[in-house]
Design a binder for this molecule. Structure first.
Ligand code: NAD
Length: 406
């Protein structure tokens, strides 16, 4: 019986397993490896980081969706894939051999080597990191009661991509709670967002991008653009402003909570495995396999797929990871059954919506701009769809976002 090893139980990995279990009942032996016993909704990490939702609300046990007759789950850390020997090396278990390997180990926070970013700011790329941010903010607010240091009340978010914007909105929702912890008025909690770009949200037209920026401003989030971050010191963000000469003194923003959301890269295990990649993303073949290794599928954040215009790869999202997983399961099923493989992978985005707090969002869905409260409903529906696709009805009912009325 053919052996399929799936690495990672995020959107891409778990969806591949769920689909293979349906398509190849009794025809393959699947092994799924993840370092955690749970799958988490990475699109909701900002809700945990802000303290608005407990982590338990955005995760579910991987075992809940596995068919034990077909799939073995190993909880362990993947050290590397030996592409030539077709084996996966694990930290605490014997190596696994495979006929097909699905590489879906997700993303890590990218510091771009900026001095002090790793040591002095908080990344938000997994559940543990999101909980660490929440605990840090809580501790700062409590400390304020003793110190009366206004830096305890300042939350600085570095990078205003979707992650930074969604986090800023969630933190603004948490403001009242933080203020109670600190014993201050909510307007004394200062939220800053700092970004190198002149124009935020480049994927949207001017009108929609302005709408998103204004939503944040209305929530009293201070936005500094054209600020190229050069260094993070303890409690200080140092940046070069627009038009500053090289060597000119850097600008400073101080605050005791500095969160790093300037971008992500694919798993470092991609490079450990000797695969050619840019920022941890392998340029996939038409069948979503690594070049020259048709038995190794690269999915989600560890892969780059070019749209037909061939300019830049599609952005990494849960939506594309799920779509890739669907395709990969179909391709593996065809190969195992000996039928003809599907044509080249294509992707049609249903749109992108960013939330700004619990009741506001903006973006493009099914080709139309969507804004405000209705957009927040669309956003929750998108997240519920992802949850349904990986966890099924049981997890949707337990963990879905049905808080649509306020
Ligand atoms: P990103 O790359 O999309 O944004 C990073 C931001 O950081 C950019 O605006 C960039 O200008 C800024 N930046 C980078 N280096 C900087 C520096 N030195 N100084 C100042 N600013 C700097 O990263 P992200 O927001 O983490 O998103 C990662 C991926 O996940 C993207 O593809 C995104 O579309 C996706 N995502 C999607 C959703 C959603 O669909 N709702 C939510 C979150 C993330």
């Amino acid at each position: 019986m053919k052996k399929v090893v799936v690495l990672g139980a995020g959107y891409g990995g778990l969806k591949t397993v769920v689909e293979l279990q349906k398509k190849l009942r009794g025809e393959v032996a699947i092994t799924l490896v993840d370092q955690n016993s749970y799958h988490y909704e990475a699109t909701d990490l900002h809700e945990v980081a802000s303290g608005n939702l407990p982590a338990s609300k955005i995760l579910f046990p991987i075992a809940d969706v596995l068919d034990p007759k077909m799939t073995t789950f190993i909880q362990d850390h993947v050290d590397k894939v030996d592409i030539e020997k077709k084996t996966v090396e694990l930290a605490k278990h014997e190596p696994l051999s495979y006929d097909y390997c699905v590489f879906a180990l997700g993303f890590v926070s990218e510091t771009f080597g900026i001095k002090g970013a790793e040591e002095n700011s908080l990344p938000m790329a997994n559940v543990d990191q999101a909980e660490a941010i929440r605990d840090h903010i809580t501790a700062q607010m409590k400390d304020y009661r003793q110190t009366k240091d206004e830096n305890n009340l300042k939350i600085i978010i570095c990078g205003a991509g979707f992650s930074g914007i969604e986090l800023a909105g969630a933190v603004a929702d948490g403001r009242k709670r933080y203020a109670e912890l600190a014993g201050v008025r909510p307007d004394q909690i200062k939220i800053e967002i700092v970004d190198a770009s002149k124009r935020l949200l480049p994927m949207f037209d001017d009108k929609l991008a302005d709408y998103g920026v204004n939503l944040l401003k209305k929530l009293d989030v201070n936005i500094t653009t054209e600020a190229l971050i050069q260094e993070i010191q303890p409690g200080v963000v140092l940046y070069k402003g627009a038009g500053d000469e090289d060597g000119a003194p850097l600008h400073k923003i101080s605050g005791n909570t500095i969160i790093w959301t300037t971008g992500v890269s694919g798993s470092p295990i991609v490079a450990e495995s000797g695969l050619q990649a840019r920022r941890g993303r392998v340029m996939d073949s038409a069948h979503l396999t690594a070049p020259d290794h048709d038995e190794v599928y690269m999915v989600g954040d560890d892969a780059a797929v070019m749209p037909p215009d061939g300019k830049r790869p599609y952005p990494t999202t849960a939506q594309i990871a799920l779509s890739m997983a669907n395709y990969v399961a179909k391709d593996i099923a065809a190969r195992v059954k000996g039928t003809s493989r599907p044509g080249a992978y294509t992707y049609k985005s249903l749109g992108t919506v960013a939330s700004v707090g619990n009741t506001r969002a903006f973006g493009v869905a099914m080709g139309h701009s969507t804004k405000g409260y209705p957009a927040s409903v669309v956003k929750k529906m998108i997240m519920n769809k992802s949850l349904l696709e990986t966890g099924g009805v049981k997890e949707l009912l337990a963990k879905g976002r049905f808080d649509l009325y306020h």
